[in-house]
Design a protein around this ligand. Sequence first.
Ligand SMILES: Nc1ncnc2c1ncn2[C@@H]1O[C@H](COP(=O)(O)OP(=O)(O)OP(=O)(O)O)[C@@H](O)[C@H]1O
Ligand SMILES: [Mg+2]
Length: 160
Amino acid sequence: MVEAPDRQLRKEIIPLRAEIENLADFHSVQATDQGTQVNVEVPDGIEVIAERTLFQRVISNLLSNAIRHSGGGKVFVRAKREKDNVTIEVQDTGVGIAPEDLPHVFDRFYRADVSRHAGSHQGFGLGLTIVRTIVQLHRGEVSIQSARGQGTSVTVSLPA
Ligand SMILES: Nc1ncnc2c1ncn2[C@@H]1O[C@H](COP(=O)(O)OP(=O)(O)OP(=O)(O)O)[C@@H](O)[C@H]1O
Ligand SMILES: [Mg+2]
């Protein structure tokens, strides 16, 4: 999909809470490994309009990052319906991202923690690039906030 961004999206109406709960379940083994609990705080009745497999990849990439960097802290997924859009936030209370790395984390192949995590996770640094590509394909936006030692929060906003 990154190669053919103009193709027609196969959008469907996705009940958010059930979808997020399924994805959190899918990551429960990883979460247990990291000593982290994923808390889903998504109200009933919120829907997003998206291509399901792509949307799943967005949330999955964010959950996997949050869990991996949670440092035994907590992970929260929250959502709210606003006037023109739905926002979904994946937050962790983990190690955070250094201010000098933060502007680059959406760049292709960028990995902020190569030295800290040497020998453990060998990601490609593509997860957030894919997240942003998919979100933009759906005419949404993604933003990230982080503080070293306090955690990270990524917010995806999709047109309602
Ligand atoms: N929740 C987070 N907490 C701390 N650092 C993060 C978090 N999410 C992303 N990062 C940092 O941003 C970098 C880029 O993330 P991205 O998901 O694009 O790549 P990756 O996780 O390293 O590899 P991939 O997702 O391709 O397996 C990561 O290497 C990591 O340093
Ligand atoms: Mg990743």
